[in-house]
Design a protein around this ligand. Structure first.
Ligand SMILES: [Zn+2]
Length: 301
């Protein structure tokens, strides 16, 4: 059994004391049924080369390691540092600023930022993988940035803020996106893209939500101070936004709106990973690490 259980940074570093242990762990996550050649997809004849952690595929005659085709491929950093970064992202409830990760890992802030940015792409793979949310689903939009005041009484006059919208199924899964405004086109567009047709959608009484024809739509009348009516409420998605806002104030106050969608992927992933063990949460994120390679240029573009 490959799973290693640990809690806390000290136990993590004990469980993964060197590159070798990290390589074996990543291999077990990536190839649970045996090594697959990332060049040609063959799995018949793959030989471990004598030195290091490389393999050779007899079908296409190419060599590779477990890093091939993952976010780690072009990184010279030890996997151990990547594991610590992945653990930090999944285990700290509000995330971790790049400055703090840089100190923990002994790397520059720029490097730490890049690592976190890549891990956010992995988080995006993870949340995208689940498809639209479905069933009883709460949808609510809000604004990030600036001062929070009396959200329900007035959502107008929010200059300089960024509108975001999210959907949370009652089972707990969340999708969230930045939006250009709170008009009907934006709200309906998000719901059509991220909530399965036929779902029961709960929203507040903001008029732009009206006319959701492909859904069973129920509203609570926030404008008259109503927050729960039977099953109709939006407290689940509101608690997600509360978490995002605490993180924004406490940890990510430097982030620019340009990168907001990346941070939303991180917030979603952490939320969707649920309350499992730290080791399971990190493993789940790492298991999505193949298939994405972003260059620094792409990330800052
Ligand atoms: Zn091959």
């Amino acid at each position: 059994m490959f799973e290693k259980s640990y809690a806390g940074l000290y136990e993590l570093t004990e469980a993964f004391p060197d590159e070798e242990s990290c390589v074996r762990h990543l291999e077990a996550l990536r190839w649970p049924l045996g090594v697959i050649c990332p060049h040609c997809g063959a799995s018949r004849k793959i030989y471990r080369l004598k030195r290091g952690s490389r393999y050779r595929c007899a079908d296409c005659k190419q060599d590779f390691s477990v890093r091939k085709g993952t976010i780690f491929e072009e990184s010279r950093l030890p996997l151990r540092k990547w594991f610590i970064a992945a653990w930090s992202l999944t285990s700290n409830r509000k995330g971790i600023p790049s400055t703090q990760l840089a100190r923990t890992l002994g790397v520059t802030q720029k490097t730490a930022w890049f690592m976190l940015a890549r891990l956010r792409e992995v988080a995006g793979q993870m949340t995208g993988h689940g498809g639209p949310v479905s069933g009883e689903t709460e949808v609510d939009e809000t604004f990030l940035g600036g001062k929070e005041r009396n959200k329900h009484a007035s959502k107008r006059g929010m200059a300089g803020k960024q509108a975001v919208i999210g959907a949370r199924s009652r089972e707990g899964r969340v999708r969230a996106e930045a939006i250009d405004g709170r008009d009907r086109a934006e709200l309906h567009g998000f719901i059509r893209e991220h909530v399965a047709p036929g779902s029961i959608v709960f929203t507040d009484d903001w008029r732009a939500y009206q006319g959701l024809t492909d859904y069973h739509h129920e509203t609570v009348n926030h404008s008259v101070g109503e927050y729960v009516r039977g099953q109709a409420h939006t407290q689940g998605i509101e608690s997600f936004w509360a978490m995002v806002k605490r993180a924004y104030i406490g940890v990510f106050h430097h982030f620019t709106w340009k990168h907001l969608h990346r941070y939303l992927r991180e917030f979603e992933a952490r939320w969707n990973l649920g309350n499992g063990s730290e080791s399971r949460r990190m493993d789940t994120l790492l298991s999505y690490s193949s298939g994405i390679r972003l260059t620094y240029k792409q990330l800052i573009a």
